[in-house]
Ligand binder design. Sequence first.
Ligand SMILES: *[C@@H]1O[C@H](CO)[C@@H](O)[C@H](O)[C@H]1NC(C)=O
Ligand SMILES: *[C@@H]1O[C@H](CO)[C@@H](O)[C@H](O)[C@H]1NC(C)=O
Ligand SMILES: *[C@@H]1O[C@H](CO)[C@@H](O)[C@H](O)[C@H]1NC(C)=O
Ligand SMILES: *[C@@H]1O[C@H](CO)[C@@H](O)[C@H](O)[C@H]1NC(C)=O
Ligand SMILES: *[C@@H]1O[C@H](CO)[C@@H](O)[C@H](O)[C@H]1NC(C)=O
Ligand SMILES: *[C@@H]1O[C@H](CO)[C@@H](O)[C@H](O)[C@H]1NC(C)=O
Ligand SMILES: CC(=O)N[C@H]1CO[C@H](CO)[C@@H](O)[C@@H]1O
Length: 283
Amino acid sequence: MSHRWATIFCFILFQLITTFYGINGQVNASPPINGGSCSRNYEFDQFILAIQWPVSFCYEKQECNLQIARNKKWLIHGLWPNRVQRSRPKPKPKRNDGGQTSNSSQRSAVTTIYNDIQFCCGPSYNQTSINSKLYRELIDKWPTLHSNGKHHGFWRHEWQKHGTCARSVDQLKTQKAYFETILSMYNQFDLNRSSLQSNRTYQLAELHRIIRPLVGGKRIRIECSLAPNNGTGTPNTGNRSNNNGNKISIFSEVHICLNKSLQPIDCTRNDDYQCSKQGVLFP
Ligand SMILES: *[C@@H]1O[C@H](CO)[C@@H](O)[C@H](O)[C@H]1NC(C)=O
Ligand SMILES: *[C@@H]1O[C@H](CO)[C@@H](O)[C@H](O)[C@H]1NC(C)=O
Ligand SMILES: *[C@@H]1O[C@H](CO)[C@@H](O)[C@H](O)[C@H]1NC(C)=O
Ligand SMILES: *[C@@H]1O[C@H](CO)[C@@H](O)[C@H](O)[C@H]1NC(C)=O
Ligand SMILES: *[C@@H]1O[C@H](CO)[C@@H](O)[C@H](O)[C@H]1NC(C)=O
Ligand SMILES: *[C@@H]1O[C@H](CO)[C@@H](O)[C@H](O)[C@H]1NC(C)=O
Ligand SMILES: CC(=O)N[C@H]1CO[C@H](CO)[C@@H](O)[C@@H]1O
């Protein structure tokens, strides 16, 4: 074999090996799912456990399963691996102000969360591995909220988008372990025990204060959504001052940040999403 052909042969062999085993060998990647466009980047720093309030989903989407929303019970959205990048803010230009030096370079680092570790190579969703006991608990705590949605379709999406990337963590190694571990975390934090009152407007700081003790005293991330505020079928706050145009900011998700041992950690400060400073409605 000529040198050139040997090089091409080795290159093809290398491609085959990395296709089936993943380049870093950490995760045993099965043949690619998602039409072969899966990612081999399995590196991440932390998880977000997203718990959603179904009533808010219904206000925002105006297309939802009202029967589920009426139960007024927190539900699982997903567990997502994330990358975190820390960077120092640029120091402000120093002014000559009588010997005082700028202190800005000593400020704590800015943290950015990247939610882009998705669709990793790995086993496709296996509906058969959801036994009837697991199915009952998933229906109760992790149902799809779309009115014509398929529960298995939602779980397949969450597994293939996020679960395939999380498999380097022992408790999340297989699809069954992934779903069971997330259910047990949901039970552990049990946001249903919070003293939040439906149909009340809260300041953001109040929401943090109420929920923090339920997650080991760690800082959470709060997501709000913007719902139409224009008459029947939409939230009536009795207080139109937190309007944003004709949209109203409503409390929709709690994000709990977890390290790779699945222990709660502080989420980044000031990372709450779309929440009005004038207060948010908890519908
Ligand atoms: C500089 O920052 C440190 C830490 O945040 C703080 O303790 C100190 O008082 C600051 N110094 C000045 C001159 O602002
Ligand atoms: C799906 O799960 C079932 C039950 O655990 C198992 O018997 C079967 O081999 C799995 N199928 C695939 C393709 O892995
Ligand atoms: C409220 O606004 C939404 C979105 O702008 C619109 O789809 C809906 O029809 C409106 N409802 C009423 C009662 O006006
Ligand atoms: C929500 O509260 C407002 C005033 O605070 C009240 O007008 C409205 O009837 C309440 N809605 C429900 C469903 O309790
Ligand atoms: C996660 O946090 C727990 C509690 O703070 C700590 O004991 C553990 O070492 C941390 N694990 C990782 C991988 O950082
Ligand atoms: C309406 O919201 C504003 C701003 O948060 C607050 O100051 C005011 O007390 C609220 N009014 C009622 C009636 O809740
Ligand atoms: C629907 C549901 O499970 N609600 C529960 C939420 O938590 C409170 C307090 O523990 C229970 O009383 C509710 O039944």
